[in-house]
Design a protein around this ligand. Structure first.
Ligand code: 3LM
Length: 399
């Protein structure tokens, strides 16, 4: 989908400049600094023949809101540019992006190899639901490339990882996994929600597809749900004209696209601040006598610290920790905080604290939690944009 307001900036320009300007020309919209929100479900055709040509892909132009919208198109151009991909598709949620992907690109008999630790509903989709459609998911430790080699089969069509993983911050070597996946003739998908393209660009490291929950840092304000896929034009066309159009219908609203474009203007500032505050808090928490372990890639104690420093611009705003008192102590910590908010989701201005085993990752039963390697006592913090000293006082005081 394209329209007249496209403005291509040379990619020699910096990330922040492109996050603010790419893909929108105010002069094509009466000088409006911000993209107009096109609140329309459908589009008028000049003639019957022209409408037919648009449907056939032979003429430019929008046809129906489920497959495209001018405001959404600005967001898609901008996300593609920032991830270094050819094209992007915005969706109604992160899960909507994932189902568009698997319904469109896979068929019964195909296999996915996924890292052993995934966001709870991604795990639920993969482990509990895809088998009903004849798609098998093999889980492997993708922090070790040998783990992938062992799990590949002739039926492997897709390799999937988050890095860092939600919730326990495992870091996967994108370039190493991409090379093996390519040799196997499969597609490598990286969920880049935790990093955003400002901190990490998987496509530049050899991944084929990037997915996002744009609900998180891309939107940045906890006021919308959205997702995105960035990939080649060929894959995005298939996702748009099959995945969203005929399979899951998970199209984003123009208003939510507008809000994400607004969020992107401050993405670099926010990520700088989330990362700087989280790095300091991770160190403070690790030094506290009540804390058994802190999982944060910026810490020397993190098993993939050196890889994270190579692969990520900064270490991001997510921290996981375990207390010496286990789950009861974790619950007490959650109940004692006054500034941090007890809530799931992440990437908001507000610091959010939650208990994965009973909340975001309750889709893993106790056996699955043990098999996939995360503990009942784990607590996750999405470090917000509040003053560091206030957060430090809140969290250490609550401990
Ligand atoms: C959460 N995560 O609190 P939506 N990929 C990743 C994610 O973290 C998420 C999605 C995809 C959380 C949501 S839990 C009930 C709340 C790495 C979401 C899915 O469909 O936009 O929520 O994205 O960890």
């Amino acid at each position: 989908m394209s329209d007249l307001s496209n403005r291509h900036l040379p990619n020699s320009l910096g990330f922040a400049t492109r996050a603010i300007h790419h893909g929108y020309d105010p002069q094509a919209h009466l000088g409006s600094l911000n993209p107009p929100v096109f609140l329309t479900s459908t589009y008028a055709f000049d003639s019957a023949a022209e409408g037919a040509a648009r449907f056939a892909g032979e003429a430019e132009g929008f046809i129906y809101g489920r497959v495209g919208n001018p405001t959404v198109a600005v967001l898609e151009r901008r996300l593609a540019e920032l991830e270094g991909g050819e094209a992007a598709l915005a969706t109604s949620s992160g899960v909507g992006a994932l189902t568009a992907l698997v319904w469109t690109l896979l068929a019964s008999g195909d296999e996915i190899v996924a890292d052993q630790m995934l966001y709870g509903c991604t795990f639920g989709l993969f482990e509990h639901h895809l088998p009903r459609f004849g798609i098998r998911v093999r889980f492997a430790d993708l922090t070790d490339p040998a783990g992938l080699e062992a799990a590949l089969s002739p039926a492997t069509r897709m390799v999937f990882t988050e890095t860092p993983s939600n919730p326990n911050m495992r870091v996967v070597d994108i370039a190493a996994i991409a090379a093996i996946t390519r040799r196997a003739g499969a597609l490598f998908v990286v969920d880049n929600t935790y990093c955003t393209p400002y901190l990490q660009r998987p496509l530049e490291l050899g991944a084929d597809i990037v997915t996002h929950s744009a609900t998180k840092y891309l939107g940045g304000h906890g006021d919308l749900l959205a997702g995105a896929v960035v990939a080649s034009q060929e894959i995005i066309d298939r996702l748009r004209f099959t995945g969203i159009k005929e399979l899951n219908g998970a199209c984003i609203s123009a208003f939510d696209a507008f809000l994400i474009l607004r969020g992107l203007k401050t993405l670099t500032l926010r990520m700088d601040r989330h990362s700087a505050t989280a790095a300091k808090l991770a160190r403070d928490l690790e030094a506290h006598p009540a804390v058994a372990a802190v999982y944060y890639p910026g810490l020397d104690s993190h098993p993939q610290h050196a890889l994270a420093q190579r692969q990520m611009r900064q270490m991001g705003g997510m921290i996981a920790l375990e207390l010496k008192g286990g789950l009861p102590a974790g619950r007490a910590l959650m109940d004692n905080v006054k500034i941090a908010t007890r809530a799931v989701s992440l990437g908001d201005a507000e610091t959010l604290i939650q208990h994965p085993a009973s909340m975001t990752h309750a889709t893993y039963d106790p056996d699955e939690r043990a098999r996939h390697g995360f503990t009942d006592g784990l607590i996750r913090i999405s470090v917000g944009l509040e003053d560091y000293e206030d957060l430090r006082g809140d969290l250490l005081g609550a401990l």
